[in-house]
Design a protein around this ligand. Structure first.
Ligand SMILES: Cc1ncc(COP(=O)(O)O)c(C=O)c1O
Length: 492
């Protein structure tokens, strides 16, 4: 026992400067020793007095650590006989590594086939940027957000009835918010729907995942715009989809290409109002072709309307949902662009025939963001702040877009900036032979953010290009960013 306790005690290192209490450190050290086999099943621990003396801590501290081990079932105390390593640990422990200070050589966890087998299908996404500068994509103008209204509504709800904001809330989301969204869709897109058809989610990406979970089996074929939305692709791959890259041209998804590659598709993902990332609006002809193809293969369509509020013309682009008479389109919206992304708030508008299926899924998993957040957004919409904010942002993004296009006139011939009809990003083609990644790296050295077009591609396309965001940058930053692009060696 003396020997065991000597070896054991030498493995205990207590750090008096740590923010972790000494008794917790001692408990963790003893637990590691037990789990790694340093003390065997049934073996007696040194007496608390010995442990206290040898480690230089009080006996109360040792007793506290031993109590934690006992509460966890690692040790059992027998009155008058001391404390022993629990018999139940027999066969449960991993063999002791040669040196318990040395981490195992390869301690990576074993991952599911969904993650490993399909690794190449996932789009590589780094952390999305949050700084206000040229040409960050996917981020709205945070500086123009009406924080005072938001703060007032937040305070009102947080001071309100606790159960209403702190409880679990309604499974499909707060009714007041669902009603406000239904009204907004009617006003903006002329979509006729009711609050029962709206399901609140933690953002659009979460909505895509939930749709995949409800309708896909492992290996189900999903048509994906190529290039297309990388977040949607990742969400659907993680629900078992076999993604089929479908060409995109100036009329949107090329339905004939989808039919040639996977006629028996189960789901199609499209961005008809503003193709992500190329910016085209899907033509009426293509919309009908897609609906017909979906009917023929009994497939469903996800319509992602991620930035439809921000059109530069007089009216919003029509929703595919409105043309669908078969109840096959699931319309997904997000507040990441119209308010701000950290809200993690989005929604699915489902055809009436699907309400029961979605209700069932939303009762199985708690899928909605905090009720307090939902209540604040509902009031923000009901009190008219949302409509006012959208109107202001439409003007602001249009002004930034015009600054971008104006400054873009001095770009060299090797890069061609495309016009867009709304939102806060556009794309540029690069002349043959110009490497996207070199241009991106050279711009980054000068503090300008660019996204390579290939980042959006499920399978390579012949055109190389760049995606430029202008939501967060003020016109002066946009002009400065354009000057940097004009001077990039890769483009000269
Ligand atoms: C095509 C597309 N859809 C939806 C979103 C919004 O996703 P979320 O609501 O999960 O933030 C984005 C964000 O950049 C996007 O690019």
């Amino acid at each position: 026992m003396k020997q065991a306790s000597g070896a054991l005690l030498s493995a205990i290192n207590l750090d008096r400067n740590s923010r972790r209490s000494i008794s917790v450190q001692l408990y963790m050290a003893l637990r590691d020793i037990i789990l790694s086999g340093g003390l065997r099943t049934g073996e007696r621990l040194p007496a608390t007095r010995t442990l206290a003396r040898e480690t230089g801590v009080s006996r109360t501290t040792v007793i506290d650590a031993i109590d934690r081990l006992a509460a966890e079932g690692m040790v059992v105390s027998r009155v008058g006989a001391g404390t022993y390593v629990s018999e139940t640990l027999e066969h449960q422990r991993t063999p002791a590594p040669a040196n318990i200070d040395e981490p195992p050589k390869d301690d990576a966890p074993r991952l599911s086939g969904i993650v490993t087998a399909r690794e190449h299908d996932y789009a590589r996404r780094t952390w999305l940027p949050h700084e206000a500068r040229a040409f960050v994509t996917a981020l709205p103008a945070l500086d123009a957000f009406p924080m005072a209204h938001w703060a007032r509504l937040s305070a009102r709800h947080l001071r309100g009835e606790r159960g209403a904001v702190m409880g679990y809330g309604q499974p499909k989301g707060l009714e007041a918010l669902r009603r406000a969204i239904a009204t907004h869709l009617g006003a903006m897109k002329g979509i006729k729907c009711n609050a029962e058809q709206i399901f609140i989610t933690c953002g659009a990406q979460h909505a895509f995942s939930l749709i995949g979970r409800l309708f896909l089996n492992p290996g189900s074929k999903v048509w994906m715009e190529n290039p297309g939305a990388s977040g949607a692709r990742n969400a659907l791959v993680s629900e078992g989809a076999e993604m089929v890259p479908v060409d995109v041209d100036s009329e949107g998804l090329v339905v004939s290409d989808g039919l040639a590659k996977a006629p028996g598709f189960r789901l199609a993902f499209v961005t008809p109002s503003h193709q992500q990332p190329l910016g085209h609006v899907m033509s009426l002809q293509r919309r009908f072709e897609l609906l017909k193809a979906a009917e023929a293969s009994e497939a469903l369509i996800i319509e992602d309307d991620y930035d439809g509020e921000f059109y530069y013309g007089n009216v919003a682009q029509p929703a595919l949902y409105g043309t669908d008479t078969q109840g096959r389109v699931l319309y997904v919206g997000t507040f990441s662009k119209s308010l701000f992304p950290s809200l993690r708030l989005g929604f699915i508008l489902v055809p009436e025939r699907m309400i029961a299926a979605f209700d069932r899924m939303f009762q199985l998993w708690a899928s909605v963001p905090s009720t307090a957040t939902q209540a604040i957004v509902a009031d923000f919409m009901d009190e008219g702040h949302f409509a006012t904010h959208i109107r202001m942002m439409r003007r602001l993004y249009k002004a930034r877009y015009e600054a971008l296009m104006e400054a873009g006139r001095s770009l060299p011939g090797s890069i061609r900036l495309h016009e867009t009809i709304g939102g806060f990003h556009t794309h540029a083609d690069l002349a043959p032979g110009i490497d996207e990644h070199t241009a991106v790296a050279q711009a980054a050295e000068k503090g300008v953010v660019l996204a390579p077009l290939s980042r959006y591609c499920l399978s390579p396309i012949s055109q190389s290009g760049l995606v430029l965001g202008f939501g967060t940058a003020a016109p002066e930053d946009i002009r400065r960013g354009m000057k940097v692009l004009c001077g990039l060696p890769a483009l000269s």
